[in-house]
Write a protein that binds this ligand. Structure first.
Ligand SMILES: [Zn+2]
Length: 177
């Protein structure tokens, strides 16, 4: 096993043989997949990994050489990270940078904690909104909240994507305000 010491906190995107995003693994794990010919590197990250016998560019995206069957997950977990990712890290009301989660129909009034009732919001809008509904304030939602769909969510629900992964994750640019 190679002695590979990557940077702390770095990760590599793993694609299925079909280029479908599967998961994020440590750079060390991705390098081992490449060195054991279980995967090929399709995008390099920064720097070079060294082992006793090998050196290879830090993998940023690797693709498995053999297709793996993955159980199809219809349900995307409602995590804070996933909500921000779905909403493009933008406030649903003013389109500014979002740092809080807002329940569109307030929880204090029976609003559910569900994909259809949560949006990313900036602190200012969230505070101003308080226990009111957007309709009561005359506010409009940028888009109707809904559960996200697609394979990219296996990855997006767990961590912020590396910009180098955009080609494989089909990430949409947040629309201009
Ligand atoms: Zn806002």
């Amino acid at each position: 096993m190679p002695d590979i010491r990557p940077m702390v906190g770095s990760g590599a995107l793993v694609l299925n043989a079909t280029y479908e995003p599967l998961c994020v693994v440590s750079v060390r794990r991705a390098a081992i997949l490449v060195l054991s010919a279980k995967a090929v590197c399709v995008a390099d990250g920064d720097g070079v990994l060294h082992s006793a016998r090998n050196s290879l560019p830090v993998p940023s995206v690797v693709r498995l050489t053999r297709f793996v069957r993955v159980p199809y997950r219809t349900h995307v977990g409602l995590s804070r990270r996933a909500i921000f990712a779905r909403d493009g890290w933008r406030c649903a009301y003013c389109r500014g940078p979002a740092e809080t989660i807002d329940h569109v129909f307030p929880r204090s009034r029976g609003g559910r904690h569900a994909w259809e009732n949560v949006v990313a919001a900036c602190a200012r809008c969230n505070h101003t909104k308080g226990d009111k509904t957007p309709a009561e304030l005359g506010w409009r939602l940028h888009a109707l909240p809904a559960a996200p769909k697609g394979t990219a969510w296996r990855v997006l629900g767990h961590r912020a994507p590396d910009p180098r992964w955009a080609d494989w994750l089909d990430l949409r640019e947040p629309e201009a305000a």
